[in-house]
Design a protein around this ligand. Structure first.
Ligand SMILES: Cc1ncc(COP(=O)(O)O)c(C=O)c1O
Length: 339
C-alpha cells in the first residue's frame, strides 16, 4: 500500500501508477492498452477540443475490513456513459471493455486504494472523447476511451455537517431538451459561472432552477437535490438533471426504511415545508443542507437549526456508506468484489 497520510488526503488529483486506454478506429474498438503517462497525444483538430465531444463518469472503489476491493453499481455508470455517448454522437464503449478497463485501472493501482476506516476511496474516472480530426461541425470517426484513478479523501474534512447553498438565476447549467441529463463536459463548463458566483457570495454550491420557468428546483452543483417531510423522500423530476446513481440508491434505501419516495417537480417555495434537505452524489454521498439563500429575493430557507444533521439523512448516509465499504449486508446486489 502506498504511504500516503490517508486521513489527510484531499478530494483532489493525486498521481497513480497506470491508466488504461482503448481506441475506436475504422468502426471498431481495439485492445486495451496500459500507460504510465498522465498525458495523451491529440490531434489539434480533435472534436473533443472544438465541439465538446467528451463524456465522463465518476465512481469509487472501496476497501472493506476484509481488505477486499469493492465496486459500487458499476453497471449503472456504464449505462449512463452509453447514454452520454449516444447523446453527443460518439461511439459507445462496450460493456465488456468498460468493465475490463475499470477493473484493470483499479487493480494495477491497488496500492492507492485507501485502507478501510480512513473515509478515503479510490476515485475512478472513465473518459470518452472524440479524438478524430474534423473542421466542420460533425461527429468524429475516431474516439479514445480512457480510465484513470486517483485516491481521494473524505469529501468533508470537518465531517458530515450542513452546507450552505445559494440559488443562482442568472446562468443555466442545462436546457430541458439539451444535454443536462447526460454526463458531458459542456454541462460543467456552463455550470462554472454559477459555482463561482455562489462561492464568491460565501456559499458552497449553487442551486440551479429549471431554465424555462425558474420556478422548480433542478440540481445543486454536481449533485441531485432531495427533501424529506411527512415520512416522504422527495426528489426533482426534470429532463435537464443528471440521473444520480447515489440518488437512485438512496431512493431504494429510503423505501427500505419505510419512507414513501416521490419523484416530481419541486417548487422553490416548497423548501419552506421540508424538515431535512440535502444534495447527493458519489463525491460526498449526502451533503446535508443547512441553508438555501435566494440571492435575488434576499430570502433564506434554514434547516438543521440546532446545527445537527437530520435523523433520516444521517440514517440513510450511514446505511449507504456501510454498504459501499462492506460493513453492512449488500441486500440489493450493488457491490462487486474485484480482488
Ligand atoms: C450534475 C451532476 N448531478 C448529479 C451527480 C451525482 O451523480 P452520481 O450519484 O451518479 O455521482 C453528478 C455527479 O456525477 C453530477 O455531475
Amino acid at each position: 500500500m502506498s504511504n500516503f497520510d490517508w486521513s489527510k488526503l484531499p478530494f483532489g488529483y493525486q498521481k497513480a501508477d497506470y491508466n488504461v486506454r482503448c481506441y475506436f478506429r475504422d468502426g471498431n474498438w481495439g485492445e486495451l492498452e496500459i500507460s504510465s503517462s498522465e498525458y495523451i497525444n491529440m490531434h489539434i483538430s480533435a472534436t473533443a477540443l472544438h465541439y465538446g465531444q467528451q463524456a465522463f463518469e465518476g465512481m469509487k472503489a472501496y476497501r472493506g475490513k476484509d481488505g477486499k476491493i469493492r465496486l459500487f453499481r458499476w453497471e449503472e455508470n456504464f449505462k449512463r456513459m452509453e447514454r452520454s455517448a449516444h447523446g453527443i454522437m460518439m461511439a459507445p464503449i462496450t460493456k465488456d471493455i468498460f468493465k475490463e478497463a475499470i477493473t484493470k485501472a483499479v487493480l494495477m493501482n491497488e496500492r492507492y486504494v485507501p485502507p478501510h476506516g480512513t473515509g478515503a476511496a479510490l476515485y475512478i474516472r472513465p473518459l470518452l472523447i472524440g479524438s478524430g480530426a474534423e473542421i466542420g461541425v460533425k461527429p468524429a470517426k475516431e474516439f479514445l476511451f480512457m480510465v484513470f484513478v486517483t485516491p481521494v479523501g473524505p469529501y468533508f474534512k470537518e465531517g458530515f455537517n450542513p452546507v450552505k447553498i445559494a440559488i443562482v438565476r442568472d446562468s443555466d447549467r442545462a436546457a430541458p431538451l439539451g444535454t443536462g441529463n447526460i454526463k458531458v463536459g459542456g454541462n460543467y463548463a456552463s455550470s462554472l459561472t454559477g459555482i463561482i458566483k455562489a462561492q464568491q457570495a460565501g456559499y458552497s454550491s449553487p442551486m440551479y432552477l429549471d431554465s424555462v420557468h425558474k420556478k422548480y428546483i433542478d440540481e445543486i452543483g454536481a449533485a441531485n437535490f432531495f427533501g424529506i417531510k411527512n415520512n416522504t423522500y422527495v426528489t426533482p423530476k426534470s429532463s435537464s438533471i443528471l440521473s444520480s446513481i447515489t440518488n437512485m440508491s438512496i431512493m431504494q434505501l429510503a423505501e427500505d426504511i419505510g419512507l414513501t419516495v416521490e419523484r416530481r417537480q419541486v417548487e422553490i417555495d416548497e423548501l419552506d415545508t421540508f424538515d431535512e434537505v440535502g444534495a447527493c452524489g458519489t463525491a460526498a454521498i449526502i451533503s446535508p443542507i443547512g441553508e438555501v439563500y435566494d440571492i435575488d429575493e434576499n430570502k433564506k430557507y434554514e434547516f438543521c437549526k440546532d446545527g445537527k444533521v437530520g435523523p433520516i439523512s444521517t440514517k440513510i448516509y450511514n446505511k449507504l456508506v456501510d454498504i459501499q465499504y462492506g460493513d453492512e449486508p449488500d441486500f440489493h446486489n450493488w457491490i462487486e468484489i474485484i480482488n
